[in-house]
Design a protein around this ligand. Structure first.
Ligand code: HEM
Length: 363
């Protein structure tokens, strides 16, 4: 027995148990809530840096990974634009990773909601995987492998682009679930949001993911100028392309996808507004996707008119991610269960029978 207690692993296990299990509550924790917003903010900067790196075609500024030219501080990286863009992207990735690790520990230490603790671990796994995808994109580039084509690296580029959206949505979910509005006001919902709103929200997010994937294929397949006019497909005013190859097809599908996205976002927002419960809870916030949609289409048009200006391309990538994140935010909020005894003055947070866990809401 004494031997067991003196054994280092026993000591460490006990310390870890004490560290993670003390003072867990499902109440609003201002420190943790604000901290959870930090990786989200840095992730936005990370997305910008990644988008800009792609726009100026600086993704292969360093041929190695995880280090850059064998170091964390490569010579001359601040002076050279390509190196600055790619290395900032890598450093910001590391910062998001470190912040996410702290978020996981803090959440496991003080958060009672098990689903939320697990969500932070999932988020950390996604961040790590995302870094690895970025690294594989570099390591498998034909500059490194000498391959005849660059399809393997391109596949990693697409996975990396989609992974970024998933990480962003996970960070949004965690930040929302820690917010005072979620915990103490049940996101403002007085009764569960209708199933149509939830399904429409999920459908809109999936459609947006597909549209972003198409955008990534257009961008990384150099098909951005396969159609040189906007809104028509040709300078002669034809709405449909007059010749077809894979670049035209994917470019045109991305444009047609934008129409579908518009319809889906409009229907989703209209549904949120049509329902008094959700309109009162998050009606004004639901206008954000509409605003982003207008900006996104304008930026798409600008891309064509300016022949792929690097800043328009970066902002178009970023706004696409914001659009998805805003629709996901509304969808996630619509899964929140109302508190017992609404209005919120009679909070159910101290009621041991009440759960803040949104999972049963779908049951
Ligand atoms: C409204 C919904 C739209 C969304 C969500 C969206 C999203 C995106 C995203 C995320 C990318 C970059 C993907 C990446 O690099 O990872 C992209 C690329 C692109 N999008 Fe869109 N887009 C939309 C509408 C449009 C429209 C209306 C146009 C007009 C022509 C357009 C033109 C382009 C072009 C040309 C590229 C490639 C840019 C480049 O080569 O640098 N997009 N889109």
């Amino acid at each position: 027995m004494l031997h067991g207690i003196l054994a280092p692993h026993y000591f460490l296990d006990t310390r870890f148990q004490m560290f993670v299990s003390c003072q867990r509550t499902n109440q609003y924790k201002p420190g943790l809530a604000w901290f959870c917003a930090v990786p989200l903010v840095v992730a936005v900067a990370l997305l910008y840096a990644g988008g800009f790196t792609t726009s100026i075609e600086a993704g292969m500024a360093f041929l190695d990974w995880p280090l850059s030219n064998g170091t964390l501080n490569p010579e001359g990286w601040l002076e050279d634009r390509d190196m600055r863009a790619e290395h900032s992207h890598r450093l910001l990735g590391m910062v998001v990773g470190l912040l996410t690790i702290i978020m996981v520990f803090w959440t496991w230490r003080s958060e009672e909601r098990a689903w939320l603790r697990r969500l932070t671990v999932l988020c950390l796994a996604a961040v790590i995987l995302q870094g690895i995808m970025g690294g594989m994109r570099v390591r498998f580039d034909q500059l490194n492998t000498g391959a005849e084509n660059n399809l393997t690296a391109q596949a990693f580029v697409l996975l990396h682009a989609m992974g970024a959206q998933i990480v962003l949505c996970l960070l949004v979910s965690i930040a929302l679930a820690q917010s005072r509005n979620w915990i103490e006001r049940a996101a403002g919902l007085s009764e569960p949001a209708g199933l149509s709103i939830r399904y429409l929200g999920i459908g809109t997010c999936l459609l947006l993911l597909l549209q972003i994937l198409l955008g990534a294929i257009v961008r990384h397949g150099n098909a951005g100028l396969a159609l040189v006019s906007f809104p028509q497909s040709t300078p002669n005013g034809d709405w449909l392309p007059t010749y077809w190859n894979w670049a035209v097809a994917v470019n045109f599908t991305h444009r047609a996808g934008a129409l579908l996205v518009c319809l889906a976002v409009l229907a989703f927002v209209a549904q949120v507004w049509a329902d008094k419960n959700t309109r009162q809870a998050f009606g004004p916030v639901a206008l954000l996707p509409l605003l982003l949609l207008v900006v996104q289409i304008f930026l798409g048009a600008t891309l064509v008119w300016t022949r792929l200006n690097e800043h328009s391309a970066t902002l178009h990538t970023l706004t696409g991610a914001f659009l998805l994140a805003s629709c996901w935010m509304l969808t996630f909020l619509s899964f929140r269960l109302p508190l017992r005894g609404f209005p919120p003055e009679s909070l159910a947070e101290n009621d041991p029978n009440h759960s803040n866990d949104p999972a049963p809401a779908s049951a």
